[in-house]
Design a binder for this molecule. Structure first.
Ligand SMILES: O=C[C@H](O)COP(=O)(O)O
Length: 268
């Protein structure tokens, strides 16, 4: 991992935790990390609760002066108006969100979001002063055809279309092989590195080598304390987008402190 990229561990809670449970989970996570004297300059920590939790999370994070940040799991492509059920980027910025996930595979699959929409949402996020976490990743069929690298680099091209090199440099890209999400099937560290490296090379070609050096690329898909160290040891992996394991404070805190964990990748 290059020195200048601060690793980011992001906990995507998906549709879990009501606003009361959210406060308890954030408090517990902050306590565990404080107890371990976690250095947030060394590894950045963020949580991504459901929309309905954000105000409560903002209150506890600000009130207790916690060092972790938080963000949202989606955003509208519209600024305001008659879009029932949607939440605008300015609303999320007002709630103190640092990050917004766009193009998660669950949004792409269940809500038919395509690269153009993802790019538009990401640009709205940037315009509102927040950082998009732009998700890409292949399904099992694509992986079995060995077309995963081309698939993911094309998704990056499409989902970051219209970005300037500086905007790419400040963004976060998350590589999440769909077959490894919530299945317990984790990509090997080499699998993660292969695609993350290809994405970085693509960023250099399409935008600039400086953008490629600076953009953070996360891996996501069944990350746990048991596999975090091996995945994070890969030179082009700058963090993790964690789903299920982010709902357990102790487990998630251990992932945030991956450098303390043994690399068990060689153990059968
Ligand atoms: O956003 C997170 C990913 O979808 C990974 O979820 P998971 O860690 O439950 O496999």
């Amino acid at each position: 991992m290059a020195q200048q990229r601060v690793p980011l561990i992001a906990g995507n809670w998906k549709m879990n935790q009501n606003h009361q449970e959210a406060v308890v989970l954030v408090q517990k996570l902050s306590w565990v990390l404080q107890d371990k004297k976690h250095d947030y300059e060394r590894v950045e920590v963020t949580v991504l609760p459901p929309f309905t939790d954000l105000r409560s999370v903002q209150t506890i994070v600000d009130g207790d002066r916690m060092r972790l940040s938080y963000g949202a799991q989606d955003v509208s492509v519209h600024d305001s108006g008659a879009y029932t059920g949607e939440i605008s980027a300015s609303m999320l910025a007002k709630l103190g969100c640092t990050y917004v996930v766009v193009g998660h595979s669950e949004r792409r699959e269940y809500h038919h979001e395509d690269d153009a929409l993802v790019a538009a949402k990401a640009l709205k996020t940037i315009d509102a002063g927040m950082t998009p976490i732009v998700c890409v990743g292949e399904g099992l069929e694509v992986r079995n055809e060995a077309a995963h690298v081309a698939h993911c680099t094309q998704q990056v091209e499409g989902s970051l279309a219209g970005f300037s090199p500086d905007q790419v440099a400040e963004a976060v890209i998350a590589y999440e092989p769909v077959w490894a999400i919530g299945t317990g099937e984790v990509a090997t560290p080499d699998d993660a590195q292969e695609v993350c490296e290809a994405i970085r090379t693509q960023v250099a070609k399409t935008w600039s080598s400086q953008a490629a050096e600076r953009v953070r690329i996360l891996y996501g898909g069944s990350v746990k304390a048991a596999n975090a160290a091996a995945i994070m040891a890969q030179p082009d992996v700058d963090g993790a987008l964690v789903g299920g394991a982010s709902l357990q404070a102790e487990e998630f805190a251990a992932i945030c402190r991956f450098y303390d964990l043994p690399d068990l990748s060689g153990v059968a």
